[in-house]
Each structure stands twice: as structure tokens, then as C-alpha cells.
Ligand binder design. Structure first.
Ligand code: NAD
Length: 249
């Protein structure tokens, strides 16, 4: 039976790219997302290429929905071997304009979502004494104007990653994070619209300040997640791998 990977926020963008790569690697994939209709499109794309996937509509901030989602995955696919905590939202604003709602939703989706999903996933992983969790941080963890909420949440993800690596390591579970730089998705296109430039112009600006002189695509993150959940990375845990074309240099 195929190993099972759960990818949150997998209806589009980096999550969909990661789910497709893990399906190509041989995992049966659960596409977990708030947007159930788009989940089904992501499943169809995987199935069309001969992969196995199911769509699971779920708000990762809702404890009961998360518990039900993992129960469904285990019942339909057999277990949970890999969890990729990828669901995310942006609510950018300078501090003086940032509302409590802007703060709360970003903290909730990124941090509470990763906490709740990891807590469910470890039940299966601890029992089978193996598992891989990959969390999604960001270069913005290091500080980004207009992203006090997002930066704090993404640095929080790195603390969560190190702590879960310590707690779950004795059970044969590796916990790592990826920290993407600029990746072309609806999220970055929406940011372009917010700052009043075209998506193309926004990408060009980002490429200019990136040492590798290009922006990333979802596949750039998917490739690293694929490595982190593979046996080749079996002695790697508690790490955050920046996948950013050298943007921080
Ligand atoms: P995206 O907006 O294209 O996709 C995010 C997905 O998460 C959407 O399908 C959305 O429906 C889902 N989602 C949002 N809230 C949810 C919830 N409560 N429950 C379940 N699903 C929910 O974004 P993306 O660019 O693909 O980003 C994926 C991850 O990578 C996010 O965590 C993001 O913060 C991070 N990231 C992205 C970039 C980038 O440049 N695109 C850079 C660094 C980090």
C-alpha cells in the first residue's frame, strides 16, 4: 500500500505543486484545503497523471474539522506518513493600520493550523514509529515591512519546528521547515495588486534583488519537500531550509 501524505492548503500554489510532486513520488495524497471545489481540481490533475489523491475540505484553524479530516484520511487511505503544513493567508498592513482581525487570522491559520494538524498527524506517526512533518515558514520570518503578523507567525513556525523535532524525534519522526522566498502563486499576484503593480512587474522587481536573478515556482519548493520526506533526509530534523534564490544574502 502507498504511503500517505497530507498537504494542507493544497488546492493551489505551493501546496498543489507539492501534492503533485509527492503523488509522482508514489504517495497517496490528501489535498486538504478550505476551498473544497479547488481541492477537487487539484485531485483531478493528480489522478489524470496516474496518481492517487482525495479532496478533503477543511479549515485548519477548526479543531473538530481537523480531527475529522485526519480520521477521514486514515479511513480512506490507510494512515498518515507525511504531513506538510502549508495552508496560509496574508493580511499585510503597517503596524499602525493593522487590525486585531488581521493579526488573529494570520496567527491562527499559520500557527494554530500547524499545531492542530501536527497534533492529529503524530497520533498515527507515533503508533507506527515513523513519520515526516514539513512546516512552511518564509523569508519574511526574518522581518518584512507591513508583515508584523506574518513575520511573527513564520518565525513562530521555526520555533514550532525545532520543538516538535525534539519531542517527536524519539518516535522516529523528522520535523523540518522550508522557508520560501518569492514564489509565483495567487498569493504573490494578490500582493502585486495590493501595491499597485502588475504581477509581471512585481516578479521582475523581485528577480532583480535575488542573487539567482529569478523568482521561484511552486516546483522549487516541492523539490525540497520531496527530499525532506525521503529516506535521503532521514538524519535531518529541526531544520529550516531557505529556498529563496539567495534572497537573504
Ligand atoms: P496560495 O494563496 O496560493 O494558497 C494558499 C492555500 O491555503 C489556498 O488554497 C487557501 O484556500 C488555503 N487556506 C487558507 N486558509 C486556510 C485554512 N484556514 N484552512 C485550510 N486551507 C486554507 O498561497 P501560496 O503562495 O501557495 O503559499 C503557500 C504557503 O507558502 C503559505 O503558508 C505561505 O505563507 C507560504 N509562502 C509563500 C510564499 C510565496 O512567495 N508564494 C513565500 C513564502 C512563504
Amino acid at each position: 500500500m502507498s504511503k500517505v501524505a497530507v498537504v494542507t492548503g493544497a488546492a493551489r500554489g505551493i501546496g498543489a505543486g507539492t501534492a503533485a510532486r509527492l503523488a509522482a513520488d508514489g504517495f497517496a495524497v490528501a489535498i486538504v484545503d478550505l476551498d473544497e471545489a479547488a481541492c477537487k481540481d487539484a485531485v483531478d490533475a493528480i489522478v489524470a497523471k496516474g496518481g492517487k489523491a482525495i479532496a478533503v475540505g477543511c479549515n485548519v484553524t477548526d479543531e473538530a474539522q481537523v480531527a475529522a479530516a485526519f480520521e477521514r484520511v486514515a479511513a480512506e487511505l490507510g494512515s498518515v506518513d507525511v504531513l506538510v503544513n502549508n495552508a496560509g493567508v496574508l493580511r499585510d498592513n503597517l503596524l499602525f493600520k493593522m487590525s486585531v482581525d488581521d493579526w488573529d487570522i494570520v496567527m491562527s491559520v499559520h500557527l494554530k493550523g500547524a499545531f492542530l494538524c501536527s497534533r492529529e498527524a503524530q497520533k498515527y506517526m507515533v503508533k507506527q514509529k515513523s513519520g515526516k512533518i514539513v512546516n512552511t515558514s518564509s523569508v519574511s520570518a526574518l522581518g518584512a515591512r507591513g508583515q508584523a503578523n506574518y513575520s511573527a507567525a513564520k518565525m513562530g513556525i521555526q520555533g514550532l519546528t525545532r520543538t516538535l523535532a525534539m519531542e517527536l524525534g524519539p518516535f522516529g519522526i523528522n520535523v523540518n521547515a522550508v522557508a520560501p522566498g518569492f514564489i509565483v502563486t495567487e498569493m504573490t499576484d494578490a500582493t502585486a495588486a495590493r501595491v499597485g503593480v502588475s504581477p509581471e512587474e512585481f516578479r521582475e522587481q523581485a528577480a532583480k534583488i535575488t542573487p539567482l536573478r529569478r523568482v521561484g515556482e511552486p516546483v522549487d519548493i516541492a523539490n525540497v519537500v520531496s527530499f525532506l520526506v525521503s529516506d535521503d533526509a532521514s538524519f535531518v530534523t529541526g531544520q529550516t531550509i531557505y529556498v529563496d534564490g539567495g534572497r537573504r544574502l
